[in-house]
Ligand binder design. Structure first.
Ligand code: PMV
Length: 340
């Protein structure tokens, strides 16, 4: 990371293929999206380590633009709210990151960390990882520490563990390196795909869900009917491997088809929701080549693949007419990067 620049951004993610089956050793394909968290660090005017958090998202109109202000309290290992707007508890990953970077640095500078995210939390788009990656990059640069991408990714993974318990590491990896990653049994490989005209429409169902609940639901189903559920997970795994080849060949028609098949298997797995199914059908009616839920299911987002920007844009407008927030992203967006 360039230690002279102190504004960095990092992307969120969507799972294109393989959610849930990835928990059982099958592969998954994940891409960085164009919703990002930006972090800027300046010298604190109060001579205290300060954290300001704000969000602005076209995917969630109920997110307020209100800025939340915190100061670091080293005795109690937390960031304390500075005013009544900031009573919402702050993600403990920020304390971990601030403490880690300040301890690594010999600088006496006192940072004010400003985080602004376009990625709504709690809908499977990797917001916490993007916040951690952007903050680590920006704060380490301000404090004069040069972190390699590998070191940054490692620290972001530690921060993710504080938030999510036992995360796969997919979110921090994609946020750090960007692109499209093929993930299997803790190993990631970047997929170099040909330049193809492809757009993903991401629709927020507006239903909050907990990843843990749905991972546990699958585990229980597997316990009850091992043969049935193992075979669904295997089918998703096989389909993900085929999707990798389709991506490498730039065969977007086939990719869309595989997405729809993946969604049907996720329905069989019991992690969909009637609204998610309606939204995936609607995306296909609006010209998508294929669509599926993305992430843990039960709510969160659905995605539709398009080969035409105008069609994708029209789908967004149709979604908005039905009161669903939606955005367009291309595939394989950039990982952590310096901002002007
Ligand atoms: O809720 P998300 O988008 O972070 O996705 C969870 C994906 C699962 O495969 C269901 C769980 C996991 O740890 O991989």
């Amino acid at each position: 990371m360039d230690a002279k620049k102190t504004i960095f951004s990092a992307p969120g993610k969507i799972i294109l293929f393989g959610e849930h089956s990835v928990v059982y050793g099958h592969p998954a394909i994940v891409t960085a999206i164009n919703l990002r968290t930006k972090c800027r660090v300046t010298e604190s005017l109060q001579n205290k380590v300060q954290l300001s958090i704000s969000s602005e998202s076209s995917l969630n109109s109920s997110l307020t633009a209100l800025k939340r202000e915190y100061t670091m309290n080293k005795e109690q290992n937390v960031f304390f709210a500075q005013d009544s707007n900031s009573e919402q508890p702050v993600n403990p990953a920020y304390y971990f990151i601030a403490e880690k970077v300040l301890n690594l640095s010999a600088s006496k500078k006192c940072p004010h960390i400003h985080v602004n995210s376009e990625i709504p939390p709690g809908i499977g788009l990797g917001s916490s990882a993007a916040n951690s990656v952007a903050t680590l990059a920006s704060l380490s640069a301000f404090m004069g520490i040069e972190l390699s991408l590998e070191e940054l990714n490692g620290l972001a993974y530690e921060a993710e563990k504080i938030v999510h318990g036992r995360p796969s590491g997919v979110d921090n990896t994609i946020s750090t390196y960007g692109g499209i990653q093929f993930y299997k049994e803790k190993k990631f490989s970047q997929l170099n795909i040909p330049k193809i005209s492809s757009y993903v429409v991401i629709v927020n169902s507006g239903i909050q869900r907990s990843t843990k609940t749905y991972v546990e639901k699958v585990a229980k189903s597997l316990e009850k009917d091992t043969t049935k559920y193992q075979s669904i997970l295997e089918e998703i795994g096989n389909l993900t491997t085929i999707a990798k080849s389709s991506l490498m060949e730039g065969n977007i028609q086939k990719l869309g088809n595989l997405m729809t098949q993946n969604h049907l298997l996720l329905e069989d797995l019991g992690v969909s929701h009637p609204i998610l199914t309606d939204l995936t059908n609607l995306l296909v009616q609006l010209g998508s080549l294929g669509s599926k839920l993305t992430g843990a299911g039960g709510g969160g987002c659905v995605i539709g693949l398009f080969d035409n920007y105008q069609k994708a844009n029209r789908a967004i407008e149709e979604m908005k007419n039905r009161d669903f927030q939606a955005v367009i992203s291309s595939l394989a967006e950039r990982g952590v990067q310096v901002e002007q």
